[in-house]
Design a protein around this ligand. Structure first.
Ligand code: XUL
Length: 472
């Protein structure tokens, strides 16, 4: 017996099949396009997600699936009419069109009240402002709207016929009462919205419906919560750090609202408790930009080898990674990248090392904004393959950095939640014990990044106002 985890990502869908012993029995992937109809917009066709899901399931159908779990890109808006037909392309998490609607939420619900009700600031990427945008900008579509879903839940609808979501993904809509794990009626009422368009909410390990063939489909989770289950960040004390295009620092917490500030997200976790999360926009993406722009033709291993020739701190050369503005901790779309402090002593390798260090300092900022009492971090994502980078992370944070044998991302967590949902494991903690295996652990080496990190932080404060003037 085995469990299918499906992750509806932004570039494609990834599916894995996991058995009761935590072994991966099969994998499948299928991609789809992303459309940018205007600068700052980001859309996809929900039917593409369903086509990709079916393609993945066909490749894995020889395996005996006992339950299915869904994970997916968060915050998106899928608009459906009374016949459950898609009204217009889905508006995704990285779409920035809703600046006015965020201001509307701040003023109509009230800045303090929306934070008290949802435990988060309203953000352009969240689902709620997208709904308001539809009401303002496409009134005919809004007129037809009867159901509003998150991306993975559209796939659930096609799989089971159920209109449902899970608490972790619902938390990223901006309309969810994260403390009480239910839709925020007060928020919806204040904005004169019909609460019936929102789906039923389940815990991530609860069965939400069945496929035609009778296979149970559990709630699953937003990609970050699901991924955290797959990396073992299911209990306080373990902080997972994803070194992807963006960087995500994630920590499980027992009670909501322990730490709250606009720099971090406070969401329901897939473990029936809560989590905090900081998302930096320029992690591995900075390194890719550096390689593509200044070092075309070279690979990341070459860059890491070169960076290791230089001492920690890059002898005073600082890189700010804010190539696409920053979300955490600064929430500053006008922030920009820079190299600072170059002298005749600096060679090409210093610039390479400074890029690694800048991305790491950005993660350290997010880590400190969370304020999690961590005894170690678990590094995941593409960047975790670099020993140099993980050692740097351990040194900058001053705690060990663990890596895992299998790094399957959100699909693994979704499959684990499916297993928990049908009783293969008692809860996510037991699933973690069986399915998450450490590969190695890098201890802090004693390298001193203190002065370089202090300078990195000081520099942002000193040039923030200049940068906001320059942005076009
Ligand atoms: C989480 C976030 C992304 C998206 C897409 O807050 O914005 O992780 O879920 O992957």
């Amino acid at each position: 017996m085995s469990f299918l985890g499906i992750d509806i990502g932004t570039t494609g869908t990834k599916a894995i099949v996991l058995d009761r012993n935590g072994q991966i029995l099969g994998r499948a992937e299928a991609n789809y396009p992303l459309s940018v109809p205007q600068p700052g917009w980001s859309e996809q066709e929900p039917e593409d997600w369903w086509t990709a899901t079916r393609a993945c399931m066909e490749q894995l159908e020889h395996l005996d699936i006992e339950a299915i779990g869904l994970a997916g890109q968060m915050h998106g808006a899928v608009f459906l009419d009374a016949e459950l037909r898609v009204i217009r392309p889905a508006i995704l998490w990285n779409d920035q069109r809703t600046v006015h609607e965020v201001a509307e939420i701040e003023s109509v619900v009230g800045s303090d009240r929306i934070r008290a009700l949802t435990l988060n600031p309203p953000l352009t990427g969240f689902q709620l402002p997208k709904l308001l945008w539809l009401r303002h900008q496409e009134p005919n579509s809004y007129e037809r709207l009867r159901h509003l879903l998150l991306p993975k839940d559209f796939v659930r609808l096609r799989l089971t016929g159920a209109l449902a979501t899970d608490v972790s993904d619902a938390s990223g809509t901006g309309a969810f009462d994260v403390r009480n794990r239910r839709w925020s009626e007060e928020t919806l009422r204040a904005l004169n919205l019909n609460g019936e368009i929102f789906p039923a909410v389940f815990e991530s390990d609860m069965v939400t419906g069945h496929t035609n063939g009778g296979i149970p489909v559990v709630g699953g989770g937003g990609d970050q919560a699901a991924s955290a289950i797959g990396t073992g960040a299911a209990a306080p004390g373990v902080v997972s750090i994803s070194l992807g295009t963006s960087g995500v620092v994630f920590s499980a917490i027992d009670q909501p609202g322990e730490v709250m500030n606009d720099a971090i997200h406070m969401f329901c976790h897939a473990n029936r408790a809560w989590h905090t999360m900081g998302v930096t926009l320029n992690c591995g993406g900075s390194l890719r930009w550096y390689r593509d722009t200044l070092r075309p033709g070279e690979n990341y291993d070459q860059l890491a080898a070169e960076a290791s020739e230089v001492v920690p701190g890059s002898e005073g050369l600082v890189f700010h990674p804010y190539l696409s503005g920053e979300r955490c901790p600064h929430n500053d779309p006008s922030a920009r990248a820079l190299f600072y402090g170059a002298s005749l002593a600096h060679r090409r390798a210093h610039f390479t090392r400074a890029v690694f260090e800048g991305a790491t300092f950005g993660l350290a900022d997010a880590f400190h904004a969370l304020g999690a009492p961590a005894t170690e971090v678990v590094a995941t994502g593409g960047g975790a393959r670099s020993t140099l980078w993980c050692q740097m992370l351990s040194d900058v944070l001053g705690i060990p950095c663990k890596r895992l044998v299998s790094d399957e991302g959100p699909a693994l967590g979704a499959a684990m939640l499916a297993g928990v949902g049908v009783g293969a494991w008692a809860d996510v903690h037991e699933a973690v014990k069986i399915c998450v295996t450490p590969k190695d652990r890098l201890e802090p080496s004693g390298a001193d990044y203190g002065p370089a990190y202090a300078q990195y932080r000081h520099l942002y404060r000193s040039i923030r106002d200049t940068q906001s003037l320059q942005v076009n």
